[in-house]
Design a protein around this ligand. Structure first.
Ligand code: NAI
Length: 344
């Protein structure tokens, strides 16, 4: 099986080479992202391997199909960048449902701690031998309320980490987890009572701009927002307004709704034209990381292992119902429960 690997980075290749060695997979790495402009590179390949910022819209899917590609192997969990409906009946879509939920949950807590205790500012100060503490005070996390939206794998681990800090947890999920011991409330209550809000739900039509002018209005003044999920869960204009009016006390953003053309690349010698991102980065109470929450050795190894396994199983005609994306319900669990087999 020949695989065109898009948006390849130096940290991807060792793991994929290791797990593909001695198998029937032949991987060609392309640095470019998959898009309508680059899709022709997939000619002659059986599969494409893509990541979070590759564009796999209807046009790209149809072109891939015409070129003979029969599998899209996502090397990530989220699949909002793939038009799965367009894939139905044409191309199978696999993902890596879990590679290290700990990596993402721990990064969310790292962002919260950094923001709250101003580690980013202290680091810069002491490098210049400025040992002043002015402006560095934070607050105890102990006793504060954290609102967690999305209590899947990552959200539940984040909840456990927060429990370790002695925080109170409020949760919201469209499909609450039975017997999880979590205190589920409706979103307005979660927004009104949380000192900290952490987003761990997928990006869907329903969750698009979950944080908007109306929901910012509902929040506790000074609330800190952490987003390690997908950028478009937050309406950036509303976030900036909330930060300006200080309803929002800080934001830790590992994802950004317009990240596609910026993240994962060195833009340091260029003028960044995205004024909203520039504005956010200029704020002292905002931290932006470049969609790196997943980036641990364990996660990279698990991603490569599962993706190679997905491709090999497909090439042997076996498939894998646990990692194939259901185009219709888009939820592994509900798909299995309600239909006993994949909608695909
Ligand atoms: P998961 O599938 O285990 O959990 C997602 C949870 O969101 C589920 O419990 C689901 O019921 C819930 N949900 C679905 N629709 C919802 C809605 N409308 N409102 C509230 N909750 C809803 O996924 P997991 O592994 O916990 O990942 C969560 C998200 O984290 C992924 O969708 C992905 O976007 C993001 N992610 C980010 C990474 C990064 O590097 N920054 C890496 C991996 C995942």
């Amino acid at each position: 099986m020949k695989v065109a690997f898009f948006d390849a980075k130096p940290y991807d290749m060792p793991g994929f080479d290791r797990f593909a060695a001695g198998t029937d997979l032949e991987i060609k790495y392309f640095e470019t992202k998959l898009s309508e402009d680059t899709v022709s590179l997939a000619a002659g390949f059986d599969a494409v391997c893509v990541f979070v910022n590759d564009t796999v819209n209807e046009g790209v899917v149809n072109r891939l199909y015409d070129l003979g590609v029969r599998v899209i192997a996502l090397r990530c969990a989220g699949f909002n960048n793939v038009d799965t409906r367009a894939c139905f009946g044409k191309i199978h879509v696999y993902r890596v449902p879990a590679y290290s939920p700990y990596a993402v949950a721990e990064h969310a807590m790292a962002m919260l701690l950094t923001l709250n205790r101003k580690i980013h500012k202290a680091y810069n100060r002491t490098r210049e031998f400025n040992f002043s503490l002015s402006g560095l005070s934070g607050f105890d996390l102990h006793g504060k309320t954290v609102g967690i939206v999305g209590t899947g794998k990552i959200g539940r681990i984040f909840a456990d980490i927060c429990k370790g800090f002695g925080m109170h947890i409020l949760a919201y999920d469209k499909f609450p987890v039975q017997n999880s011991g979590l205190n589920y409330v409706e979103l307005p209550e979660l927004f009104a009572k949380s000192h900290i809000l952490s987003l761990h739900c997928p990006l869907t039509d329903e969750t698009y701009h979950l944080i908007n002018d109306d929901t910012v209005e509902m929040m506790k003044p000074g609330a800190v927002i952490i987003n390690t999920s997908r950028g478009a869960l937050i309406d950036t204009e509303s976030l900036i307004n909330g930060l300006k009016t200080q309803i929002i006390g800080g934001a830790g953003l590992d994802v950004y709704e317009e990240e596609g053309d910026l993240f994962y690349e060195d833009q340091s010698a260029r003028i960044v034209h995205d004024d909203n991102l520039v504005r956010l980065i200029a704020m002292p109470n905002v931290i932006v990381t470049s969609h790196q929450a997943f980036l641990t050795q364990e996660a990279l190894s698990n991603i490569a292992e599962t993706t190679v396994d997905n491709l090999l199983r497909f090439s042997r005609g076996e498939g894998n119902p646990d990692t194939e994306v259901c185009y219709r319900c888009q939820r592994q669990e509900s798909c299995r429960k309600e239909r006993q087999k994949k909608c695909f």
